[in-house]
Design a protein around this ligand. Structure first.
Ligand code: FAD
Length: 501
């Protein structure tokens, strides 16, 4: 069957990102796109920290960055600060850019370790521009005519989730996407193929389609309720299953930080996402070790100012749908699976889901080859991210609560155990299957969590120290020069993208 009509069910971040991206197909007037959402049900209302590929997503849609950030109270993000994770009192930044640069084909942390062994005391952080800018609360985009010896600045955004969805809604509707308000109360399947043929709204209207994108959030009304796809539960490795979200004012007068903060507590962790006008906050925790009241109390006790809304309590099960693409339904967003927002990966998975869908989509028909490829690639993406998240929990020396004792002693996937041991032995990191996280990301979190490299790649020993040291000194000098000449993050925001009224 040719695809003449695509139905998107759900108008949260996933639904409107999908609609905005697919609306590019509308140019050819080949396919009709309808998005159905229910104001009565609403959206999950969280999801405000992103990672750098979001910048490319917006560029692909030719969205003006300053206009968007202005409309959604957005700020810039250079990385994530982890507080109290390896042990109480610890803090480290997982930055978005690299440490130094590759030398003789070796990732910089090998070079750094070689110098360390030769008595150099400098922490690896001084060789990363994003970390240094974050420490100083500064930000600037890389100018096109920047000096060649200065590194680029990699960044993402902090966004107001509701405003971002509304911004994309305006974008998609301008490009021909039709929005229908109402609750989907029934889903019809073809008796022979099992494909979804139509949805029925609670006002009795039936909307038929050829391809359906399930962006209905945790409900998964097409992928699960209608197609019974099944769910793989990862609670054993990622035991947190509750969150309470609560925005607050910044009454302490502090400027918006150019990074997300993740502070570990006794049975989970708290996020702080600085927007221009407020902070987004939340406490992710495990119900086996903490009651809702206590989680709420801890959160309220660690805010930068007065709460600006009622607490939003959420429940989830970490894991993934057994199939993300099943027959003619593709699940994108929370309907596809969920991993807690420790590394801000959910919106990214929406982005990559959309990219793969557009790459695989043929308007002639849906085939099992497309379905299998999508499921295989997405499954690998989920697993790589899962392992990266588990690393934050299992590599801790915290023993101050039953929760951390569990995390420290739980069994971990073989794929992760191998990665940790390779890094410990000689700093080796293999990036697999185009995985999201770079060698710097893995190195930053491994070292941040307290794993010490016992050696480095033997090739690093073949480089002459007398030539190595001045080159490394230059990297530090360039970064220091770059950061000292950046404006404060707040100042950059007020010039580049001041919040719209
Ligand atoms: P939702 O926002 O739940 O939207 C579902 C849509 O489906 C709504 O429009 C709803 O009305 C509609 N719908 C549902 N049922 C029906 C029906 N029967 N009929 C009609 N319409 C229906 N991600 C990040 O990248 N960074 C973060 O910092 C981050 N933090 C998070 C913190 C928490 C605690 C949680 C739970 C998630 C977080 N996420 C984060 C994930 C992020 O919030 C989601 O990926 C994102 O908001 C997309 O959600 P969604 O659109 O899939 O679902």
């Amino acid at each position: 069957m040719p695809i003449d009509r695509i139905i998107i069910v759900g108008g949260g971040t996933a639904g409107w990102m999908t609609a905005a991206a697919l609306s590019k197909l509308n140019d050819a007037d080949k396919v009709e796109i309808i998005l159905v959402e229910s104001e009565q049900i609403g959206t999950v209302g969280v999801g405000e920290a992103t990672i750098p590929p979001i910048v490319d997503f917006n560029r692909l849609l030719e969205i003006d960055e300053s206009e968007m950030l202005s409309a959604i109270q957005g700020t810039f993000k250079l990385g994530i600060q982890f507080v109290n994770w390896g042990k109480l009192g610890d803090s480290y930044i997982h930055p978005f850019g690299n440490y130094g640069y590759e030398m003789e084909g070796l990732t910089f942390h090998h070079i750094w370790h070689r110098l360390r062994q030769a008595g150099d005391k400098r922490p690896i952080q001084v060789f990363n521009p994003e970390t240094m800018a974050a420490y100083y609360g500064r930000f600037a985009r890389t100018p096109e005519n920047q000096r060649e010896d200065l590194p680029p600045i990699n960044y993402a955004y902090h966004i107001d989730a509701g405003r971002y969805a509304q911004f994309l809604r305006r974008y998609a509707e301008k490009r021909g996407v039709t929005r229908r308000e109402g609750r989907v109360s029934d889903v019809a399947l073809d008796g022979e193929t099992g494909f979804v043929t139509s949805i029925t709204m609670d006002n009795g209207e039936t909307i038929s389609g050829d391809l359906f994108v399930d962006c209905s959030g945790f409900r998964g009304i097409l992928i699960e309720q209608a197609l019974e796809t099944g769910y793989e539960d990862w609670t054993h490795w990622l035991p947190c299953n509750r969150a309470v979200a609560l925005p607050c004012a910044r009454d302490d007068g502090s400027p918006p930080l150019p990074y997300t903060r993740a502070t570990a507590h006794s049975a989970g962790w708290q996020w702080q996402v600085p927007l221009q006008n407020r902070n987004g906050n939340g406490h992710v925790y495990c119900s086996e070790y903490m009651e809702d009241d206590e989680a709420h109390r801890i959160l309220v006790g660690n805010l930068a100012g007065k709460p600006t809304a009622d607490p939003n309590f959420l429940r989830f099960v970490t894991g993934r749908r057994k199939k993300f693409w099943n027959k003619n339904v593709i699940a994108i967003g929370l309907s596809a699976g969920f991993m807690e927002p420790l590394e801000s990966t959910s919106i990214h998975l929406i982005n990559t889901g959309i990219n793969k869908l557009i790459a695989l989509l043929s308007l002639d028909r849906v085939t099992t080859v497309q379905e299998n490829a999508y499921n295989r690639l997405t499954g690998k993406e989920y697993e790589r991210i899962r392992d990266f998240l588990i690393l934050h929990y299992c590599q801790t020396s915290r023993n101050d609560s039953a929760f951390w004792n569990y995390c420290r002693n739980m069994s971990i996937p073989d794929s992760l155990a191998e990665k940790i041991e390779l890094f410990r032995t000689n700093g080796q990191i293999f990036r697999e299957d185009d995985e999201l996280f770079t060698e710097t990301s893995w190195a930053a979190v491994m070292m941040g969590q307290g794993i010490e490299m016992q050696g480095h790649n033997a090739m690093a020993d073949t480089i002459d120290l007398a030539t190595l040291k001045p080159e490394v000194d230059e990297i530090e000098k360039s970064i220091s020069f770059l950061v000292q000449h950046m404006p404060a993050h707040k100042e950059f925001l007020s010039q580049y993208c001041p919040a719209a009224e």
